[in-house]
Design a protein around this ligand. Sequence first.
Ligand code: HEC
Length: 154
Amino acid sequence: MMPTRRPARAAAAALAAGLAAAAALPAAAAGDPAAGETVFKQCQTCHVVQAPDGTFLAGKAGKTGPNLYGVVGRAAASYPDFRYGDGITAAAAAGLVWDEEKIATYVQDPTAFLDSFTGDPKLKSKMSFKLRKPEDAANVAAFLAQWPAEAQTQ
Ligand code: HEC
């Protein structure tokens, strides 16, 4: 009988389980850009991903929504010459800068996202589209993250 060993072993097992859980988290949160390219087909009626040199990286004619090239890392509602709605403009004034996770949440319910970000339940999004599956949302966000905002200044 060595009563001190058992707690030590239990602690080691708990630690290992904790590490495994921690390691699993980023993998679960990170989307798959290749799968996201397919998901983006649902976005391209309204959006393009067009590089500054004019190359279309995704979509071709969508003009209802802003160009999403460099959207990850960009302040919300900051694409030049796009007429954004009051809701996203208010969120931008409150400091909204897009990252992968926020885009994944936003596309599942844009109006709910703006309301919760600003704390104003009356604000509405002009984006009349909701992506139902969280997995699709994470994947499309990872797809857009291939062209981060820093690339725009190159
Ligand atoms: C029916 C048209 C439509 C579809 C489909 C659509 N969007 Fe949008 N999107 C918009 C509009 C319009 C805005 C501007 C929102 C506003 O002004 O409130 C917008 C804004 C955005 C923004 C904020 C951009 C910025 O510059 O701040 C992101 C990110 C975005 N859309 C991602 C997506 C993704 C990803 C998809 C596909 C899963 C998608 N959208 C599908 C119309 C659409």
